[in-house]
Design a protein around this ligand. Structure first.
Ligand SMILES: Cc1ncc(CN)c(N)n1
Length: 228
């Protein structure tokens, strides 16, 4: 009889959030990207809010270098920071340019309540906590987007005339997947020395930020802003 493969810590994390991620994949905003039916103005609002999000999200990678113990780990975080600011945010700048959103408008965009709550949660937990806490906060962002991109690429059919081809291609790409995979591997390494109590804290961060991911899609779809 073959021995079943040992479960990694991130398998456990993924299993716990599967219902949330499934709802995320089926969210009308994500489905609208897939079939191209999402109105350009809605996509533009998402691009602007996501740009604000990424400005803060990128700071987590800088914090990652501060909390790293060796130059190889520092170098990975520095690549993640560079890719986010230059490759991923270039996509946002390009889409905004095409939609007619001026660079000044993009730079001046203010975070919606959900956006603010999500980034403040991650920045706070990452500043106060360990490197493992930092990665467990940031991981649903990278991992769930790669899953979504991969699924959409498989399900969308021809992307030749599709309005959101570049978005799908970026998040489905091997390059993006490799960055998410590095974070997964790193978290599994760090988890090996943790007590069950410490693992439960990591699990909580992963669950909370997975919920925020869903709420972010919901926010850009329905346009939830400040009530007054
Ligand atoms: C809200 C959100 N989550 C994740 C990603 C992928 N970096 C993103 N761009 N925006």
């Amino acid at each position: 009889m073959t021995k079943s493969k040992e479960e990694r810590f991130t398998d456990r994390l993924h299993r716990n959030v599967e219902p949330i991620w499934m709802h995320t994949h089926l969210h009308p905003f994500v489905q609208g990207i897939k079939d191209g039916s999402l109105p350009k103005e809605r996509f533009g609002y998402y691009m602007k809010q996501d740009y604000v999000f990424l400005k803060d999200y990128a700071k987590l990678f800088a914090l990652g270098t501060i909390k790293s113990k060796d130059t190889e780990t520092m170098s990975w975080f520095s690549s993640l920071l560079h890719e986010t600011l230059n490759t991923e945010m270039d996509l946002h700048r390009e889409y905004c340019h095409e939609i007619g959103i001026e660079p000044e408008e993009l730079e001046a965009e203010q975070a919606s309540p959900i956006n603010l709550a999500y980034t403040r949660y991650m920045l706070n937990a990452s500043q106060q906590g360990t490197l493992a806490e930092l990665i467990s906060c940031m991981l649903p962002c990278m991992w769930s987007y790669h899953e979504i991109g991969t699924l959409l690429k498989r399900e969308a059919g021809s992307l030749a005339e599709h309005p959101y081809t570049r978005w799908i291609e970026m998040y489905a790409s091997e390059e993006f997947g490799a960055l998410a995979q590095w974070l997964i591997n790193e978290l599994n390494k760090l988890a090996k020395d943790k007590t069950e109590q410490e693992l439960a804290v990591l699990e909580e961060h992963f669950l909370t930020t997975s919920r925020f991911e869903f709420m972010f899609w919901d926010m850009v779809y329905y346009g939830h802003g400040w009530p007054v």
